[in-house]
Design a binder for this molecule. Structure first.
Ligand code: FES
Ligand code: FE2
Length: 466
């Protein structure tokens, strides 16, 4: 039996996302869909290509590949970024070779000299040298024929975004309310702590969706249940969406309670359970999802607070003392109003393929890209950002890492252990269609709502009630 759906319902509203919905699996498994994504999706959306610390100096460049396209993002002057298609206008050689076994290519250049016939381009993409130009009988005097093709480029939170569509909406409009809320975290002041990537056997959407909802914690990360409760909400913000932890008892709510830095199990001494939850998150998610400062400050809670201190006060004390500890080593926390903190929740999906799990001084992030034309493969990337004292930033580079617990921490390895098998399971004739949780997995249905608008297929449908 297929899932029965309401056939006469128009476009879904935000409110509809709270209703039981289903969406088809074509987007995950169809080779034709991969081709259509190359025509309809990637050339039309803002996508995160790199971070500013990748190209700190004039003349620094980095490549970014998506589908069949490759881009060179160049800091052409101290304050000017440019993004070019990575192709020579003569006969189409990539200017910078981008082999599949590297994540991206970085370097510094005054000029790009094409390796085939030596056409040369300056940092602004203008052609400065063509061998035997007169052979073209003046046609190549037209600068527009010989310069590099540019795409739109903009920045937010230290990330560099590109868009191939010359008529696209401004990045700030695209980010909308999500961008406004998250800008309080000042991600531009964080730096790479580590970054890893792998080619993984599932569709890029299967992979990114494994990190969109905490509903899977109880079934996947069972060891975490002894440290906290994982009931969650999720909510759309335009193209993007947020999830956060929910307190069933309103008395336990505080500005931190929906985020990753919160009290542990309610049936235990919050001075101890808070420490255990934060430490567990930190150590088993590859030293991301918290900081050493927070772990150390949490460890002292039992000495600094009397027995019986309520959870809310434990968290308030923790944040105050961790903030002071960080200030003493030169890491000044951003001032985030409590209402923004609670609205920011736990983790964000930035359409289409970026995920940010944020804290006041850290972020655990993912980006997933398609791998070639294969719907069953993706380039999976994860990285941790943190605020460091000036001069102590590690600025880690990309490391290729097989998807194992040893390389990624035990929690991510558990997530990996779902993704491949979801990809296979969705192909089964016996699969009736998806049944996402209307409260806890709205980020996913919201993602498919917007994706289907762009792709012209795959819209979530309301499930018909008996
Ligand atoms: S293809 Fe670049 S100079 Fe010929
Ligand atoms: Fe997970």
């Amino acid at each position: 039996m297929r899932i029965p759906t309401v056939t006469d319902h128009g476009e879904l509203t935000d409110e509809d996302l709270a209703e039981p919905l289903t969406y088809p699996v074509e987007a995950f498994i169809s080779p034709e869909y991969v081709q259509r994504e190359k025509e309809l999706l990637w050339p039309k959306v803002w996508q995160m290509a790199a971070r500013l610390e990748d190209i700190p100096n004039e003349g620094d460049f980095i490549t970014y590949n998506i589908g069949d396209e490759s881009f060179i993002i160049m800091r052409s002057t101290e304050d000017t970024l440019r993004a070019f298609y990575n192709v020579c206008p003569h006969r189409g050689r990539q200017l910078v070779n981008t082999p599949d076994d590297v994540n991206c290519v970085k370097g510094r250049k005054k000029n790009f000299v094409c390796g085939f016939h030596g056409w040369t381009f300056n940092r602004d993409g203008e052609n400065t040298s063509i061998l035997d130009k007169d052979d073209w009988k003046g046609v190549l005097d037209e600068k527009e024929l010989t310069c590099l093709s540019q795409v739109k480029v903009d920045t937010w939170g230290g990330w560099i975004y590109i868009n191939m569509d010359p008529d696209c909406e401004p990045l700030s409009d695209f980010l909308g309310e999500a961008g406004r809320i998250l800008s309080h975290f000042e991600f531009e002041k964080m730096r790479y702590k580590w970054r890893q990537w792998a080619v993984y056997p599932c569709n890029w959407k299967t992979a990114i969706e494994a990190f969109m909802e905490p509903y899977h914690v109880a079934g996947t990360h069972t060891q975490l249940l002894k440290y906290g409760e994982f009931y969650a909400y999720s909510k759309p913000y335009g193209y993007h969406g947020v999830s956060g932890f929910d307190e069933r008892d309103a008395a336990n709510k505080n500005s931190q309670s929906s985020s990753v830095t919160r009290t542990g199990r309610k049936d235990q001494d919050p001075r101890i359970s808070t420490y255990e939850l934060i430490r567990e998150n930190y150590e088993t998610v590859n030293y991301a999802a918290s900081t050493e400062t927070l772990v150390n400050a949490a460890k002292r809670l039992v000495d600094e607070l009397p027995e019986g201190t309520p959870g809310n006060e434990v968290i308030a004390h923790l944040m105050k003392s961790a903030k002071a500890d960080d200030a003493a080593r030169g890491v000044i926390w951003p001032e985030i109003p409590p209402e923004v903190m609670s609205e920011a929740g736990l983790a964000w999906s930035m359409f289409p393929n970026q995920t940010i799990l944020q804290g006041v001084t850290f972020a655990l992030c993912y980006r997933v890209r398609p791998y070639g034309d294969d719907p069953d493969k993706c380039i999976f990337e994860s990285y941790a950002l943190e605020r460091f004292p000036e001069g102590e930033e590690p600025n880690a580079e990309w490391v290729h890492a097989e998807p194992t617990a040893e390389k990624w921490g035990s929690v991510l390895a558990q997530d990996f252990d779902n993704m491949e098998w979801v990809q296979r399971g969705m192909k089964s004739r016996g699969f009736r269609g998806t049944l996402p949780n209307p409260h806890q997995e709205q980020k996913i249905t919201n993602f498919h709502r917007h994706l289907s608008n762009i792709m012209g297929t795959g819209a979530p449908q309301l499930i018909k009630k008996k």
